[in-house]
Design a protein around this ligand. Structure first.
Ligand SMILES: NC(=O)c1ccc[n+]([C@@H]2O[C@H](COP(=O)([O-])OP(=O)(O)OC[C@H]3O[C@@H](n4cnc5c(N)ncnc54)[C@H](O)[C@@H]3O)[C@@H](O)[C@H]2O)c1
Length: 322
């Protein structure tokens, strides 16, 4: 298949590109490299075509979509804080960019459109695990744009028969993640500091937990969703269905480094969500998929990657290749 990956130079996108190429697909990446990096993707692979361009630009999108069988739309301003600071600028990327791609997909009769939505559409839910059908409460411009994108995708499916798949990612982690990521950046920060033998700060008692998914699992899932010809109409949570708290993360890190960590606890930060956990039954039912990588295995692989990076360049910032 000929597959377009928007945001293919980013953290999740680059892992997907690697896997699609390995599976024998031709891949086209559309990325403006605002947070992604060319060095994340195998530029010399002849089955890979890279278009440096912006999803806000209708003409670029139209030309790039021409001739592809499927689109995996990952490009976004993936920072919730950026959307709070600049709602208009992020809206142009996170919603108008999506509509540009949908219009081009319609025009070029693209077979399948896979979208990276987010658990942020649920807001601060107290009843866990979070299932897809609860009332949605997007609390930030980022979440509002993700949800609006879902509604537009649904419209293009009903109106024009565009086959679509919507995934609501929980906390994805792994190599190449920017430590400033609001999702799992904390993992990169802890690892970076543990490797450099620096003190680690935890806000609150460390009992706050997230549903972490290793990025290789997500890449497999995205790849399968593109290859599948099954209708996948309803949005699906992407989570492990298991929570891991910060104290557990630190215990694992202690085990990996083989030395005690210097951890200090500070007052909890205002507005921090305490627990987040996905109900992943729909994912298992519809995709017949359960995460292959236990969190601890993903953490070990991420730790080894961070270690390699810091060995290669003591100035390198863990989670980012530049
Ligand atoms: N990482 C997570 O845990 C998580 C959780 C929920 C949802 N998501 C979503 O998954 C997707 C990928 O996230 P990520 O963590 O890999 O982030 P990332 O920042 O590493 O990747 C985003 C990519 O999009 C590109 N991009 C940004 N604006 C663009 C534009 N205007 N035109 C073209 N390209 C543009 C960036 O350069 C980057 O390569 C995003 O849509 C994000 O909202 C991620």
């Amino acid at each position: 298949m000929n597959i377009l990956v928007t945001g293919g130079g980013g953290f999740i996108g680059s892992h997907l590109v690697d896997l699609l190429l390995k599976q024998g697909h031709s891949v086209r990446v559309l990325d403006n490299f605002s947070t992604g990096h060319r060095s994340n993707i195998p530029l010399s692979n002849s089955a890979l075509q890279v278009v440096e361009g912006d999803i806000r630009d209708q003409m670029t999108v139209e030309q790039t979509v021409s001739g592809v069988d499927a689109i995996v739309h990952l490009a976004a301003v993936a920072s919730v804080q950026a959307s709070v600071d600049d709602p208009f600028g992020t809206h142009e990327v996170n919603l108008i960019g999506t509509v540009n791609l949908l219009e081009a997909a319609k025009k070029h009769s693209v077979g399948r459109f896979v979208f990276a939505s987010s658990a942020a559409v649920y807001g601060d839910v107290k009843q866990l695990p979070v299932c897809e059908d609860i009332p949605l409460q997007p609390l930030t411009p980022y979440a509002a744009d993700k949800l609006s994108s879902e509604f537009y995708i649904d419209f293009y499916r009903r109106q024009y028969g565009l086959e679509s798949v919507i995934f609501r990612f929980f906390n994805i982690f792994g190599p190449r993640q920017d430590p400033s990521s609001p999702y799992s950046g904390v993992i990169g920060i802890f690892m970076e500091r543990a490797i450099a033998d620096l003190p680690i700060t935890v806000f609150g008692d460390g009992d706050q937990s997230r549903d972490f998914v290793y990025v290789a699992d997500l890449a497999i899932l995205l790849c399968r969703s593109v290859e599948s010809d099954q209708p996948l109409i309803k949005p699906m949570n992407v989570g492990n269905g298991k929570g891991t708290n910060l104290n557990q993360l630190l215990d694992y890190l202690h085990e990996f480094t083989g030395r005690p960590l210097d951890v200090s606890h500070f007052e909890p930060r205002l507005g921090d969500i305490r627990h987040s956990l996905a109900d992943n039954r729909r994912l298992i039912e519809m995709m017949n998929y359960q995460c292959i990588y236990p969190v601890v295995d993903g953490l070990r692989l991420t730790y080894e990657w961070c270690l390699d990076r810091s060995r290669m360049n003591s100035d390198a910032v863990c989670g980012r290749i530049s």
